[in-house]
Ligand binder design. Structure first.
Ligand code: ADP
Ligand code: GLC
Length: 476
């Protein structure tokens, strides 16, 4: 099976969140079950060196305001197709946002062009290589089926929703610039309350839809979580599947991780203490009697970290510590920087994005806090499981599907791997922090949970097989 992935980010080359981790990992897992995947992503500046090494395989003279081409190159075990169009992608800083912190004003053209290029690969083929199916990810690849269908091409398309909060909505006056035929601008097509929605296009025109956990698939069909798309998704319920994300075990394993001070495994957890000491040092924390919690996150309303700010006096009062690495909304950044000076030695904040430090924190913390209001899947709790850093998570989306709560039943049955609590409430989060501190005092119980968490299967094998089933269904 030949597959073309179309996405806006891909680890380890360019990453703002979990989407990149998934795009970097799934193709390798699919190769293991016999599929051949090529990954089309924009050639942002971080990819310039690879572009220079690659082979041009397709040219576009008039490509949404400049010249463009696709360059093929192999790197990190992936078959990459880089969309080289400097007028759209050769810009410093964040791949979605300008220096003013707002979306680049031409994001419609940038990601319309990405979708268009994906459709062209299917329509023209690359030196005899033609995908049997396109797997498009999030709104940035949402127009792939629109371009294919308006050209009369029936190549099957599967779209994955990684986060329905981002929908790619633009003015109807952009139809011509996006080279979209007005025939598609209907309620059954790409029209969304008088505007163009890339995501709606994907949901209406793709053959199958997946999202990144079974619970989120169900949540998406409710008004509370569907963010205006719940009706469409209810109508397409038969074509919607929730498939859990996995993690790349080559990049995320505590026995081989080069970013840890000391490796460790279920056989010997000793190294974890040395990593812990290093995390405490990096975050200016002093030793205490409670657990070391960490947070590694985008700082946005989705992640519910405003609730954590309310819980800090309680957390610190129990002798626990918090190390937070993140960046995002200025109000939240200020809140956690302020907390670090108010609770000196107990709360440490590093604002920024630091891949190596995120590994060290997974390796050295006792627990990871994820109080999301909604969470399509979430990867940091999976890294936490793998590193014996027990996840304390809101019971929503993929967090609900991947962590087993240490309630009485879970402990009696010997299957608990973390702590869950109802989302959206600081009181419930505070209660969960208290339960975690109590569990931490029971050293035997805690270490049993650590070992169980580390053995919990978090690789891609099962999910890769489930994707194959969806591809087969889409191909009829
Ligand atoms: P989302 O995609 O919604 O941000 P996920 O949990 O799926 O949430 O994925 C987040 C990814 O980004 C994880 O790999 C996490 O380790 C990483 N990450 C988030 N914030 C930071 C940061 N400040 N520094 C380093 N890595 C981060
Ligand atoms: C999105 C979601 C996150 C998910 C990731 C990868 O960014 O917010 O929950 O894990 O995509 O699918």
């Amino acid at each position: 099976m030949r597959l073309l992935f179309v996405a806006s980010e891909c680890a380890p080359f360019v990453k703002t969140g979990g989407l990149a981790d998934v795009i970097g990992a799934v193709p390798k897992a699919l190769a293991g079950v016999g599929a051949e995947v090529r990954v089309l992503i924009p050639a942002y500046p971080a990819l310039a060196r690879l572009v220079a090494k690659g082979t041009p395989v397709m040219r576009f003279d008039d490509f949404f305001g400049g010249a463009g081409r696709i360059v093929a190159v192999k790197a990190e075990g992936l078959d990459l197709l880089l969309l080289d169009a400097p007028h759209l992608f050769d810009r410093p800083g964040n791949i979605y946002l300008g220096p003013d912190g707002k979306d680049w004003p031409d994001n419609d053209l940038r990601f319309g062009a990405l979708s268009f290029a994906g459709a062209q690969v299917a329509q023209q083929g690359l030196d005899g290589w033609q995908p049997d199916l396109i797997h498009a990810h999030d709104w940035q690849a949402g127009l792939v089926p629109a371009y294919l269908r308006q050209a009369g091409d029936r190549t099957p398309v599967v779209t994955t929703i990684h986060n329905i909060a981002f929908q790619g909505v633009f003015g109807a006056d952009r139809l011509d610039a996006l080279r979209l035929k007005s025939a598609l601008f209907t309620q059954e097509g790409i029209e969304y309350y008088g505007q163009i929605s890339f995501l709606k296009a994907a949901l209406q025109l793709s053959d199958r839809i997946t999202t990144v956990s079974p619970t989120y698939a169900a949540e998406l069909m409710t008004p509370e979580f569907g963010m205006g798309m719940d009706g469409i998704l209810r109508a397409r319920a038969g074509d919607l599947t929730g498939i859990l994300n996995g993690i790349d075990l080559d990049a995320w394993s505590p026995d081989t991780d080069p970013d840890l001070i000391a490796p460790y495994s279920t056989r010997s957890l000793k190294g974890k203490a040395r990593n812990r000491a290093e995390v405490m040092r990096r975050f200016d924390l002093t030793e205490g009697r409670g657990p070391l919690f960490c947070v590694i996150s985008r700082l946005t309303a989705q992640k519910g970290l405003d609730l954590l700010l309310d819980c800090l006096p309680g957390l610190v009062g129990q002798g626990a510590k918090l190390a937070l690495l993140g960046s995002g909304e200025p109000g939240l950044e200020r809140g956690f920087v302020g907390a670090a000076s108010r609770f000196k030695g107990s709360v440490g904040t590093i604002i920024g994005y630091d891949e190596a430090l995120s590994h060290l924190m997974q390796g050295g913390s006792d627990a990871i806090l994820i109080p999301s209001r909604f969470e399509p899947c979430g990867l940091t709790q999976l890294y936490g499981l793998r590193y014996g850093t027990l996840p304390v998570v809101a019971r929503t989306g993929g967090l609900a599907d991947t962590v087993i709560d240490a309630n009485d039943a879970g402990l009696q049955a010997g299957c608990a791997t973390g702590v869950q609590f109802p989302p959206g409430s600081a009181t419930m989060l505070g209660h969960a922090i208290g339960r975690t501190c109590a569990l931490y005092r029971e050293r035997k119980v805690w270490q049993g949970m650590m070992r169980r968490a580390m053995r919990h299967p978090v690789g891609w094998d099962r999910s890769a097989a489930e994707y194959l089933d969806v591809y087969r269904a889409a191909m009829g």
